[in-house]
Design a protein around this ligand. Structure first.
Ligand SMILES: NC(=O)C[C@H](N)C(=O)O
Length: 478
């Protein structure tokens, strides 16, 4: 049995049936990490001994019949912006180079309750700001489908680790596309759930009104299973919702008969790579052939999504990142003669250029005199974007489009022009502004062999509809 090629759900089944053990699987994936990390660099931290110990504990519980769930014994990777008790958590920033949390994020605890083994922490854009994982202080991650290209971002390490078989599944976070876009670039499945579904407790905040944790997996079955495991109502996160019917795996049914799918014309205009367009439209045809009703419609306001997102996300980031001052966490500049200089030097030396750009932009749009013109206006446009989606979901069950305008760019080609990089988020960010769920599903490759992702967007709380559509597509093209 080639353990590494199994999905998370297949591996857990093999462990339950005694065909392998959690320890054997953990050892196999640690060997794979040792062999391929030099090439891909998916992780900031790998916890070899801890993972093997955890696997041994989990295996005992499985054998004693105390852990019976569909993920028991499965080794996972966690994005390095989720706190993990006793394990370095850097957000891929120098400012957190020595931060070892005393508690774990609720989503991580939920996974551990389900019997997951935590392998380590994955590389990301610094504080999740970026679309390529190149803004990490700890070096770039390479795309396992073609190491000359970026894995996407900001959850690039998590997506690459799944694609490189350096874990069986991973957690990422998505503020403006950070799960879906790297999933699309690396040819894996990635889902951003409805805002409030997965607790943000222990997720180091970037844009708090937009951030959401979600799964990156090898297939749709794993995605639904991981989502089910990490979903919970958590009083420690004031935006966490009490949701009913979160048995997402019950939606793994290959049937879209009568499902109404809308294709926004605005998502197929200027800037979209023709190969991406063709692959996504071909995927829509597959769903049509399975009985879905597919039609085009106009989803206005798409053009306003980028400025709105980058105003709100930067504003929230500038406030959230105030806590990194050299006193309470992480890096502190040495030899400062007074407190103010110590703050200034710690932050100047601790943050990278993209993070500084956002802090400055965010402070600007929140400053008196500019608050109404920028921040408040962005909040108003955000409400209009939500309204446009509400109108669309009065007609359609699912909105289908591309995840990103292109396939993965070459390493080193994106950072020189930040505005161009921001424009690449055009199809993903309005979903965060509206709080909606979205899933990225692989739908082919371009002429260079780089993966293409189709994005399915649902109304709030309609993850099951997305899972059903994604699963139907996946089964049809198998
Ligand atoms: N965090 C994200 O979702 C990625 C987005 N490109 C950003 O830089 O904000």
């Amino acid at each position: 049995m080639d353990i590494l090629s199994l999905t998370a759900v297949e591996l857990a089944k093999a462990i339950r049936e005694g065909k392998t053990t959690s320890v054997e699987a953990t050892q196999a994936v640690l060997d794979k990490i040792a062999a391929s990390e030099d090439t891909y660099h998916c992780y900031v931290t790998v916890e070899r001994e801890k993972a093997l110990q955890q696997a041994a504990g989990v295996q005992k519980k499985i054998e004693a019949g105390e852990l019976t769930g569909p993920l028991a014994g499965v080794p996972f990777a966690i994005k390095d912006n989720m706190c993990t008790e006793g394990t370095l958590t850097t957000c891929s920033s120098k400012i957190l180079e020595n931060f070892v949390p005393t508690f774990s994020a609720e989503a991580v605890l939920n996974l551990e309750k389900a019997g997951a083994v935590i392998l380590g922490k994955t590389n990301m854009d610094e504080f999740a700001m970026g679309s390529t994982t190149e803004t990490s202080y700890y070096g770039v991650t390479k795309n396992p489908r073609n190491p000359e290209h970026v894995p996407g971002g900001s959850s690039g390490g998590s997506a690459a680790a799944v694609a490189a078989e350096e874990c069986f599944a991973a957690l990422g976070s998505d503020t403006g596309g950070s799960i879906r876009q790297p999933a699309s670039y690396c040819g894996v499945v990635g889902m951003k759930p409805t805002y409030g579904t997965v607790s943000r407790y222990g997720l180091i905040a970037y844009g708090s009104s937009l951030d959401q944790i979600g799964p990156l997996t090898k297939d749709v079955t794993d995605c639904a299973t991981v989502l089910e495991a990490i979903t919970s109502h958590d009083p420690k996160d004031s935006t966490s919702m009490k949701r009913e019917n979160t048995d997402f795996t019950s939606a793994l049914v290959a049937d879209v008969k009568g499902m109404k799918i809308g294709i926004p014309r605005d998502y197929f205009g200027e800037g979209l790579d023709p190969e991406v367009r063709d692959a996504v439209l071909a995927a829509a045809e597959v769903l049509k052939a399975q009985g879905a009703e597919v039609e085009e419609f106009d989803l206005s306001l798409v053009d306003y999504a980028i400025p709105t997102y980058y105003t709100i996300a930067a504003a929230e980031a500038s406030s959230n990142l105030e806590r990194f001052d050299g006193v309470k966490y992480g890096y502190r500049a040495q030899d400062a003669e007074d407190l103010h200089t110590m703050y200034k030097r710690s932050r100047s030396q601790g943050f990278g250029p993209e993070v500084k750009r956002r802090i400055m932009l965010g402070s600007f749009v929140l400053s008196s005199g500019y608050y109404d013109a920028y921040y408040l206006k962005a909040l108003r446009v955000k409400a209009l974007i939500k309204k446009a989606f509400d109108e669309a979901f009065a007609k359609y069950d699912v909105i289908l489009g591309p995840v990103a305008p292109t396939t993965a760019p070459k390493l080193g080609s994106s950072l020189a022009d930040p505005i161009k990089m921001y424009l690449g988020d055009i199809y993903t960010i309005s979903i965060n502004l509206a709080g909606l769920p979205g899933i990225s599903v692989p739908c082919g490759t371009d002429s260079q062999g780089l993966p293409i992702g189709m994005q399915l967007i649902g109304d709030c709380f309609k993850e099951k509809t997305l899972i059903r559509a994604a699963y139907t597509y996946e089964q049809s093209v198998k």
